[in-house]
Design a protein around this ligand. Structure first.
Ligand SMILES: Cc1cc2nc3c(=O)[nH]c(=O)nc-3n(C[C@H](O)[C@H](O)[C@H](O)COP(=O)(O)O)c2cc1C
Length: 191
């Protein structure tokens, strides 16, 4: 039997990349779990940020941002970026994490994150608690060490991305592969 839990903002699990705004001279980044791909051609991300985030202020300055996927082993640094504000602390100086220029946008990328997306904000939607940024992905980068044997796709085992569990407030890593997508479903009803 299922128990009713009421309206919930929890989806299990969530990614938790670092969203970065600003420039090589002045940047800030914060942990963002409320994020997802919402269109393919062109690719777009939906990113929900509270108005109070300094990162949002810097994103608005150039209209650009980057989304940087951290390794599971870097949970402590991600948590630091998600629990301190650039208004009070220099998160890059204190963590030792570093920036590299993007190819097409002003917002820089975070070197220590092996998968990175460069984006231009194309729309802002006011949602009350959060501002929803619709951001077009104009470029992406991956460390060669996290690419599969074809060299064109990310190998998620090598990437080992950090995952966030709302509610219990835990960081986790992904488990084992269970099946091939767009394929395993063909068997249903035929066996
Ligand atoms: C696991 C985790 C997930 C978070 N997800 C979001 C989010 O989706 N949107 C948001 O506005 N803040 C989110 N935060 C909070 C910001 O990362 C945090 O307030 C940060 O200190 C803001 O930094 P800034 O003021 O330098 O931008 C999250 C924090 C953590 C720890």
């Amino acid at each position: 039997m299922k128990k009713r839990l009421g309206p919930s903002d929890r989806l299990y699990p969530m990614p938790v990349p670092l969203v970065c705004g600003g420039s090589m001279d002045e940047a800030d980044a914060c942990a963002v779990a409320w994020i997802g791909i919402c269109a393919t051609a062109p690719p777009r991300l939906a990113i929900a940020l509270r108005e109070s985030r300094r990162t949002l202020e810097l994103i608005r300055g150039s209209g650009t941002l980057t989304v940087n996927t951290p390794r599971a082993s870097d949970a402590a640094v991600v948590d630091f970026f998600g629990t301190t504000s650039g208004r009070d602390r220099d998160k890059f100086a204190e963590s030792g994490w570093t920036l590299e220029p993007s190819s097409l946008v002003e917002a820089p990328r975070i070197v220590e994150c092996p998968y990175q997306m460069e984006c231009r904000v194309v729309q802002e939607v006011e949602l009350g608690s959060h501002v929803l940024l619709i951001a077009e992905v104009v470029e992406s980068h991956a460390e060669e060490a996290v690419l599969d044997e074809t060299g064109g796709k990310v190998d998620v085992t090598a990437l080992d991305p950090l995952v966030y569990i709302a509610g219990s407030r835990e960081y986790r890593r992904l488990g084992d592969k269970v099946a091939d997508a767009y394929s395993v479903g063909a068997k249903v009803g035929r066996e």
